[in-house]
Design a protein around this ligand. Sequence first.
Ligand code: ADP
Ligand code: AMP
Length: 215
Amino acid sequence: MKIILLGPPGAGKGTQAKLISDEYSIPHISTGDIFRKNISEKTPLGIEAKGYMDNGQLVPDDVTIRIVEDRLSMDDCKIGFLLDGFPRTTKQAEALDSFLNSNGQKIDTALLIDVPREFILERMTGRRVCPTCGASYHIKFNPSKNEGKCDACGSSLIQRKDDTEETVKERLDVYDNQTQPLIQYFDNQNKLSRVDGTGDIKEVFQDISNVLGAV
Ligand code: ADP
Ligand code: AMP
């Protein structure tokens, strides 16, 4: 299965991606996670990406496309993959199409997790993440068992720097201007599927399983 997850920041893509990747045994490829790992390791890519991310802007297309093509070229992606947070621009979507075409592959579906704007701010400002293993929680909707500590590895949870109210608003504008047009892009290719992302995590996953079962 080759899946793209679409949706605004805070829609629940990362949360559902983890569940889908476990269920279908396919790698979860999050460009945001790749950038954050590079930032914590202070690589040249991380140093370049940090300025854009902290301000809620997109990392330039050429850099982002290159890291995704490198990742998709790895052996574990032969059986399928789940892209979370990529593509985010029409240029990225076109580059992905031509990369897959040249390898005789195609996307099975671009799955939109539909969440209206009024839900987003609370989801993002309440998000807490584990800096060690990347697990993600929400102070109200998906709390860890021990407050402030990761269930999986026990590390202290942190708030992402780009999850402050001001940066979230910027990221939503970037989404509206640059990423939202991809909904039409994949619809034109008859690749778009949608789920309502306003239910709880289990309900959304059930809907996603139903949609993927029919693809
Ligand atoms: P994205 O990857 O799309 O930015 P996340 O998966 O990180 O979004 O989810 C954003 C925040 O909302 C997280 O704190 C997560 O725990 C929480 N969340 C995810 N799905 C739901 C849901 N269905 N209902 C309520 N909160 C959710
Ligand atoms: P995410 O973890 O998906 O919320 O992404 C966090 C940040 O990483 C975004 O706000 C961007 O700055 C950057 N980023 C992630 N994916 C992309 C992408 N496909 N194109 C450009 N920038 C990206």
